[in-house]
Design a protein around this ligand. Structure first.
Ligand code: AP5
Length: 227
């Protein structure tokens, strides 16, 4: 069981597309009762609402490229300043570039949000592609399914709320290759960055989701105990 006084720090899931960041971040946030902050979900919400930010982000996301830092940073800065982030929160898909990581360090220090715990989720490329092409997401609550590993009870419908399950437009194989390339070039350097800061732990993400959650919780609880 996690300690009753909560997480009290930012948790960052770092890893390539399909590593299971969203699946694990949702679960850790649920266990600790803290917000799950996915910059991908925030951006997709802007796209579906047709905001100015969403109109800018849409073609970039459809190509599999990263949205410019200033757009993402503005969104994140506003979100983590809210009171519900005072007891910790779980990032999924952020930070993704060195400038984002450096800015996040500044914000965390200024707001006294605690030393982050960074979980680097490692999964081989073939498995990533299979997971991404099989992914389906609930259009109502955002629950994540997989046609191969975690199918819904009723095909095409969410187990929780019956919402329609949809495939993300960037889960086509050609776009997946672009996203993997963007990860290698722009995001992977963050592994060395956080390792140098002494806050990063590697997690083998190739097992089933429950096993990976147990590994993640083991790391977080050891970090709590050492504090
Ligand atoms: P984002 O939404 O963050 O996508 P991503 O990083 O490409 O990651 P994914 O959501 O594809 O994978 P995941 O690791 O979360 O895996 P999941 O748990 O879903 O970003 C989308 C786009 O937005 C970016 O390309 C970029 O354009 C933009 N963007 C977002 N943040 C940005 C930022 N900070 N800066 C700039 N641009 C940004 O799992 C995948 C599938 O596998 C699911 O079906 C799941 O059920 C299954 N699965 C998960 N774990 C397991 C397991 N252990 N075993 C078997 N199956 C599993």
């Amino acid at each position: 069981m996690p300690p009753a006084d909560g997480l009290k720090r930012p948790v960052i899931f770092l890893g390539p597309p399909g590593a299971g960041k969203g699946t694990q971040a949702q679960e850790v946030a649920r266990i600790y009762g803290v917000p799950h902050l996915s910059t991908g979900d925030m951006l997709r919400e802007h796209v579906s609402r047709g905001t100015a930010l969403g109109l800018k982000a849409k073609p970039i996301m459809e190509r599999g490229d990263l949205v410019p830092d200033e757009i993402v940073l503005g969104m994140v800065e506003e979100r983590i300043a809210r009171p519900d982030c005072r007891n910790g929160f779980v990032f999924d898909g952020f930070p993704r570039t060195l400038p984002q990581a450096e800015k996040l360090d500044e914000i965390i220090t200024a707001l006294h949000l605690g030393r982050p715990a960074v979980l680097h989720v490692i999964v081989d490329a073939n498995r990533l592609i299979r997971r991404l092409t099989g992914r389906r997401t609930c259009s109502v609550g955002g629950e994540i399914y997989n046609l191969h590993h975690r199918p819904p009870k009723v095909p095409g419908r969410c187990d929780n709320d019956g919402g329609e399950l949809i495939q993300r437009p960037d889960d086509r194989e050609d776009v997946i290759q672009e996203r993997l390339a963007a990860y290698e070039q722009l995001t992977k350097p963050l592994v060395a960055y956080y390792r140098r800061e002494g806050v990063l732990e590697d997690v083998d993400g190739s097992a089933d989701a429950q096993t990976v959650t147990r590994r993640v919780m083991g790391i977080l609880m050891r970090a709590e105990a050492a504090r």
